[in-house]
Design a protein around this ligand. Structure first.
Ligand SMILES: Nc1ncnc2c1ncn2[C@@H]1O[C@H](COP(=O)(O)OP(=O)(O)O)[C@@H](O)[C@H]1O
Ligand SMILES: [Mg+2]
Length: 376
């Protein structure tokens, strides 16, 4: 599966741009702030119906403009798929597959699998547990159509239960019967989510460790542990035991919304002990494992977006990553860098079809002819 053409209208710093990509390797070169990450974000948008970076939709519209449009033409299982997104300020966005508008955006997720490796992934290690839950949820919902729905229903029930707890505190009256209706939903949905998250991490772990070993050349041992109160306790009992605490706190203190992933380097937390390069290696390995995982389950090779991945890595690790992504194993790759050196190495070792694009202030030019040739 790959994206063949991309057209942008007023997406971030791009006014009007049309690009035709290589099915294999596409390199974006340019100085800081010219729009390399924004281009990757446009491709990300077409897979996930949202920006990787901006949760505020209107911020994706080019400053001073009223609307944006992103269109991608894909080749998927030998069929052409035209995906179109349009967004006007103050209106909800439109998402179309082959001219037919989706009634639910969730129906689109998973159609065009994609894995992005970005400098902002560091928040997975440094940020709060919500980041790590989002990571699990976004990967699982790419291959399990039911998961997202179950998660949304859990979150709705949780919100209702929390509102009730607040309300009871305000009116100083407590009605267990009303609360119980939400408990029942949380218990069923929460257990399902817990099982799926546990299965996912169990399968991801060996692949992740293999990639980490390959990139780091086997000097370090890493672990990834799924932590959930539901792992070894019955959710029904947990919720019952937590009731006095929940009433005092006026929100639900136990459930899969408290789950976390523990990232370890040897016996210690990666967050505290890992160097910048080790953290980066950890994240690259995690994302490549995610790639393998989605690939196996969906039968499609996800599009791989590699944003600034070489920054802060030593030359051995850079070399290993280059070797890895050059393998036939991966499908279409997009890669950004501020200079050509790393990219030329990749191009040479990949020996595959490639295109290079030079970006300057929202203008993209494909480099062709003799300038495109790699001289190392
Ligand atoms: N809505 C927008 N309208 C215009 N420019 C934008 C918008 N959103 C982001 N930008 C610009 O995009 C640039 C950052 O682009 P980015 O893709 O992160 O650069 P890089 O090439 O370093 O990856 C900034 O100059 C920022 O001002
Ligand atoms: Mg960038």
């Amino acid at each position: 599966m790959y994206i063949r053409d991309l057209s942008l209208l007023n997406f971030k710093n791009f006014e009007e741009t049309e690009l035709a990509f290589s099915p294999k390797l596409n390199c974006f070169i340019g100085n800081n702030g010219v729009g390399k990450t924004n281009l990757l974000d446009a491709v990300y948008y077409l897979s996930f119906c949202k920006s990787f970076l901006n949760s505020i939709e209107a911020e994706n519209i080019r400053h001073g403009e009223e609307f944006l449009a992103i269109q991608g033409v894909y080749v998927r299982n030998d069929q052409e798929e035209v995906i179109h997104c349009g967004l006007k300020k103050g209106q909800s966005k439109q998402f179309k597959r082959n001219k037919k508008e989706y009634s639910k955006l969730a129906d689109h997720i998973g159609l065009l699998p994609l894995v992005m490796v970005s400098p902002s992934d560091i928040s997975l290690i440094l940020g709060g547990s919500e980041e790590r839950r989002k990571f699990m949820d976004s990967v699982i919902s790419q291959y399990d159509r039911k998961y997202l729905d179950v998660l949304l229903r859990y979150n709705r029930a949780l919100l209702q239960r929390n509102n009730l707890l607040k309300n009871f505190a305000q009116i100083q009256r407590f009605d267990y019967g009303m609360l119980e209706a939400w408990d029942d939903q949380l218990i069923v949905l929460g257990k399902e989510i817990n099982v799926k998250r546990a299965e996912f991490i169990q399968k991801l772990l060996p692949v992740f460790q293999k990639f980490y070993e390959l990139v780091s050349q086997g000097h370090e041992i890493v672990e990834l542990v799924y932590e959930s109160a539901l792992n070894d306790h019955d959710f029904q009992e947990l919720i019952r035991e937590a009731l006095p605490r929940d009433r005092a706190a006026q929100h639900t203190t136990v459930g899969i919304h408290k789950d976390d992933l523990h990232f370890k380097l040897g016996d210690y937390p990666m967050k505290k002990l890992g160097s910048q390069g080790q953290k980066k290696t950890y994240l690259v390995a995690l994302k490549l494992a995610q790639f393998d995982f989605i690939c196996k389950i969906s039968g499609l090779k996800p599009i791989l977006l590699l944003d600034d991945i070489f920054d802060k890595l030593d030359s051995i690790r850079v070399e290993q990553i280059i070797k890895l992504v050059s393998e036939e194993h991966f499908g279409q790759i997009f890669i950004t860098d501020t200079n050509r050196e790393h990219l030329d190495h990749i191009i040479v070792s990949a020996g595959a079809d490639y295109k290079i694009f030079h970006i300057e202030d929202g203008q993209v030019a494909e480099i062709r002819g003799s300038e495109k040739e790699v001289v190392l």
